[in-house]
Design a protein around this ligand. Structure first.
Ligand SMILES: [Zn+2]
Ligand SMILES: [Zn+2]
Length: 345
């Protein structure tokens, strides 16, 4: 039986042809592409490190070095690529990365085969974005593949609502904000020039933010929570208000002894309002760097793909495939098979 040329294996590895997988490991594939550093895309990374050549953007590599503090910097099978630059691989395919706008370093991926066949993976992507990969077959992220996942507000509106809540709640005490990596840096960007209080974070998060800063991201200074200054800001004796930022591994609690908690993530319970008030001291703000359903459809159209596989391992692949087939004429979509990863031979 002929294997499809693109698919997603049950472990989330996105297959582009017979020798390259993205964001997961599959036996028999020489190459892995790492589109970005979010956890649901990091599966079996250590296994890949021992078995495959791994390609990623320079920014993604810098973030991984900062996070894992491991041998990544020195391994010759961890290879960083420049944007929009074709890399000729030893198996005769050509690999290209284009920015996806989802977080620092995040990539769309194209693998071009020697017969001219071009397949690609969107990775997680924002919409609109300045450049879209051009491919024959596409694997698309389906996070907001459900037609109900539509936002009737802009991300700029969500940001100003966040600023409004933070400014207001700082008068009552400290404000504690949790978001995904990539989004937390946006929160910082919005707040740092607009609120006159100290901003605190963990050593790990400050390390991540400094990678953003090294790549041209503007943010004011941040105080380490475990420094003397940090301790005096956050102690009960501190007379001043402050903001604490939390991301992966920072132990965010919704129930605080003091202060206000705000979760920034892309929930969609209210399509026309980016804010949910859980109580006077707990809020959700729908900040996201992910295209919504409408953006996903527009993205697919812009790639020119005639065959589309929707990632049904991480999210709503079936809903999205149905929607594509009914809305985009000349495009054939199906959800990923989620077969066990095996050697393509
Ligand atoms: Zn992501
Ligand atoms: Zn994802």
């Amino acid at each position: 039986m002929a294997l499809p040329r693109v698919d997603v294996f049950h472990n989330g590895a996105v297959r582009l042809g017979s020798n390259t997988v993205c964001d997961g490991y599959a036996e028999g594939f020489d190459y892995r592409v790492q589109t970005h550093i979010h956890d649901d895309h990091m599966g079996d990374f250590n296994k890949s490190k021992g078995m495959q050549d791994i390609f990623m953007s320079q920014e993604t590599k810098a973030l991984l070095i900062s996070e894992l503090n491991a041998d990544i910097e020195y391994r010759d099978n961890v290879i960083s690529l420049n944007w929009n630059t074709v890399k000729d691989l030893e198996d005769g395919t050509k690999l290209t990365f284009v920015r996806s706008g989802h977080m620092l370093g995040s990539a769309q991926v194209v693998v071009e085969h020697s017969d001219g066949f071009r397949c690609g993976y969107s990775g997680d992507f924002a919409w609109p974005i300045s450049e879209v990969i051009q491919v024959d077959e596409l694997v698309v992220d389906s996070t907001y593949g459900n037609p109900a996942s539509v936002r009737k507000y802009t991300q700029g509106e969500a940001e100003s609502r966040l600023l409004e809540i933070v400014s207001q709640r700082l008068r009552q005490g400290s404000v504690h904000i949790h978001a995904h990596r990539g989004t937390i840096e946006r929160v910082l960007h919005v707040l740092s020039t607009n609120v006159g209080v100290p901003i605190l974070a963990s050593k790990r998060l400050i390390g991540e933010i400094s990678v953003y800063q090294a790549n041209g991201f503007a943010a004011g200074s941040i105080i380490r929570i475990d420094s003397e200054e940090g301790r005096s800001c956050s102690s009960a004796l501190g007379s001043q208000s402050y903001i604490r930022l939390y991301a992966k591994g920072d132990g965010f609690k919704n129930e605080l002894i003091e202060g206000t908690s705000i979760s920034c993530s892309a929930f969609m319970t209210k399509p026309d309002n980016p804010v949910i008030e859980y109580s006077e001291r707990a809020y959700g703000v729908a900040l996201t760097n992910h295209a919504d359903f409408q953006g996903t459809i527009e993205y697919i159209r812009a790639t020119g793909a005639k065959e589309v596989v929707t990632d049904n391992t991480r999210s709503h692949g079936v809903d999205l495939a149905v929607a594509i087939n009914s809305r985009l004429s000349g495009v054939n979509a199906q959800p990923s098979s989620n077969l066990a990863a095996f050697s393509a031979g």
